[in-house]
Design a protein around this ligand. Structure first.
Ligand SMILES: Cc1cc2nc3c(=O)[nH]c(=O)nc-3n(C[C@H](O)[C@H](O)[C@H](O)COP(=O)(O)OP(=O)(O)OC[C@H]3O[C@@H](n4cnc5c(N)ncnc54)[C@H](O)[C@@H]3O)c2cc1C
Length: 540
């Protein structure tokens, strides 16, 4: 393999140098290169938001970086979140000012610089209807909202981007959430937060941008026998094994962190969401926030989503025992979510309305006692006795500071030759200001495609047809082709479950599967890649 300098002097596979194009051919080239000369600065284990963030941080600081992900980008917790870019309000409630402020600052960075193309301002309403709030609770919520607003201001986020807290009347409440209960409705309290079009897309954008700065991003590669300076890597597609030596090893495997490094003790907590058709709530454009009876700090949210759905979540349940590949919601959790949200709806939802459900495990650090809802959600960077650096905990919103802390620790402990961190100023692929972005004439691409791809939409248009992949789904054939040629998808499941989120509703997945499989066969043929690695081009 030829190695050429990436934009910041790190090495990257020949035809892919300086590009954020991930595909099967690049994967093979970079695995071969690693086999020939397996000495690198940093090995990052785990391709969730944390690991992808670490890889970008390290590669953009000039470190020769390899990220290995046992399954696919965003295979773990990072695709099961509520997709909110939090301003830290919930941390304020528990007096954790530092984390609250960090969240607000990171929300600002994401919404103004690194990924504004993937995030919109989401109004969140607490409806004022009889019996929903306990006496005094509205005043408490209003105070909390104003404190959140103060955080927004200290982070420098303008009201034009995230409007300030206000009270709205009943008419406006009904327009934003037509399905809201109307008997005695006096309006709603409204605060705004950031909402990602999709969490997995943030991970893919991070990993691709890391690749653009020279990181090798290798999916279907499991790390085993991990030490502070080495690991055995197993290509799960071929069974090939290779030993890699690194200046430092960062374990970013989330809830699996204790399997990679046995000195880590986690206490996972399961969070479940269910999905209903947006039509069942009258196509809301705002989130509904419903207090959990008997709690002052817990709420159930009904969050409008892409693909015409509303996600209702979420739960917080202790989840001891072995870590499943895909955690499953329980019947009791679904009942709890429906019962809670129904208190604020004009027409109660039933189990017949549930189109899908998903659960994720929060990688919480075990503090020894307390329920999981109370366990600290701060992140930690820990060095094990044999030198593995683990970064765990935190939130999707704060991935960037987690990554910076982890790389700073690796640089300090191992004397790695890194420049200072500058990811707060680094636009991800698709973000305004990214050098490959190109504005499109209005109407050239559907709004849904722009929301998922931002300034990279012009590349998506070149990858295939703009026809929907199946009737009633706004995902185009071009996006499916692009997932394979540029976003590192290696099979139909990667496309259905992580590059797009069609797979969240089983019926949708069944409708789209055949067409997706056809495009996978055209693009990847025998599964070994798209041939010459040129990517792009018109879909067959
Ligand atoms: C229900 C729920 C809702 C949430 N909502 C929000 C929200 O709205 N906003 C927010 O900011 N945060 C939210 N969070 C928190 C956030 O989702 C997580 O903190 C974050 O996604 C964790 O990412 P991670 O990269 O650390 O872990 P993961 O995403 O789990 O990534 C770890 C990866 O490591 C890989 N791996 C494991 N073992 C190996 C190995 N041996 N070799 C190679 N790879 C390996 C796995 O396949 C996996 O892909 C939520 C969490 C949950 C559970």
């Amino acid at each position: 393999m030829t190695s050429t300098a990436g934009p910041h002097g790190t090495s990257s596979a020949g035809p892919y140098a300086g590009t954020g194009r991930l595909d099967a051919v690049r994967r093979k080239l970079e695995l071969d290169a690693l086999g020939d000369d397996a000495r690198i600065d940093l090995l990052v284990i785990g391709g969730g938001v944390t690991g992808a963030g670490v890889a970008l941080d390290a590669a953009s600081r000039g470190l020769r970086t390899v990220l290995v992900e046992a399954r696919d980008l965003a295979f773990g917790t990072s695709r099961w979140s509520s997709k909110l870019v939090h301003g830290g309000l919930r941390y304020l409630a528990s007096g954790r000012l530092k984390v609250a402020r960090e969240s607000a600052v990171e929300r600002h960075v994401l919404m103004t610089r690194t990924a504004p193309h993937l995030i919109r301002a989401l109004p969140q309403l607490v409806p004022l209807v009889p019996g929903l709030l306990r006496p005094g609770q509205a005043a408490l919520i209003r105070t909390g909202f104003h404190a959140g607003d103060a955080l927004r201001l200290t982070a420098g986020t303008p009201g034009a981007l995230l409007p300030r807290v206000r009270r709205i009347d009943a008419d406006r409440t009904r327009r934003l959430v037509p399905g809201v209960r109307t008997d005695g409705l006096r309006g709603a309290l409204v605060a705004h937060d950031g909402q990602l079009v999709d969490d997995a897309r943030l991970v893919v954008a991070l990993a691709r941008t890391a690749a653009q700065y020279g990181a090798s991003v290798l999916t279907r590669v499991r790390a085993e026998q991990v030490t502070g300076t080495s690991a055995r890597l197993v290509d799960t597609l071929t069974g090939r094994e290779l030993a890699v030596r690194a200046g430092a090893v960062v374990n970013a495997t989330g809830v699996w962190a204790g399997e990679v490094d046995t000195s880590i003790r986690l206490r996972p907590s399961r969070g479940t969401h269910l999905l209903v058709d947006a039509a069942a709530l009258g196509h809301p454009t705002a989130a509904l926030t419903v207090p959990v009876p008997g709690s002052t700090s817990r709420f159930v949210f009904a969050l409008p989503q892409q693909l015409g759905r509303v996600a209702i979540g979420l739960t917080d349940e202790d989840a001891p025992g072995p870590i499943p590949d895909e955690p499953q919601p329980t019947e009791a959790e679904l009942d709890f979510l429906l019962d809670t949200v129904n208190a604020a709806l004009a027409t109660a939802l039933t189990r017949a309305d549930v189109r899908g459900a998903y659960a994720g495990l929060r990688p919480l650090i075990d503090t020894g006692d307390g329920s999981t809802a109370d366990i600290s959600r701060e992140h930690a960077v820990l060095e094990s006795p044999d030198g593995v650096i683990t970064v765990v905990g935190g939130k999707l919103t704060t991935y960037r500071t987690m990554a910076e802390d982890a790389v700073d620790t690796a640089v300090r402990l191992r004397g790695l030759p890194a420049r200072a961190c500058w990811t707060a100023r680094l636009p991800l692929i698709g973000a305004p200001g990214h050098r490959d972005g190109r504005p499109l004439p209005s109407g050239a691409a559907p709004a849904s495609l722009l929301a998922r791809h931002g300034g990279a939409a012009h590349e998506v248009l070149a990858a295939g047809e703009l026809t929907p992949i199946a009737e009633g789904l706004d995902v185009t054939r071009a996006e499916v082709a692009y997932a394979l040629t540029h976003e590192g998808a290696l099979d139909a499941a990667d496309v259905l479950d992580r590059r797009t989120r069609i797979g969240l509703v089983a019926e949708d997945a069944e409708r789209a599967r055949k067409a997706v499989e056809e495009i996978v066969a055209e693009r990847l043929g025998d599964g070994s890649g798209s041939g010459d690695g040129s990517g792009g081009g018109q879909e067959g």
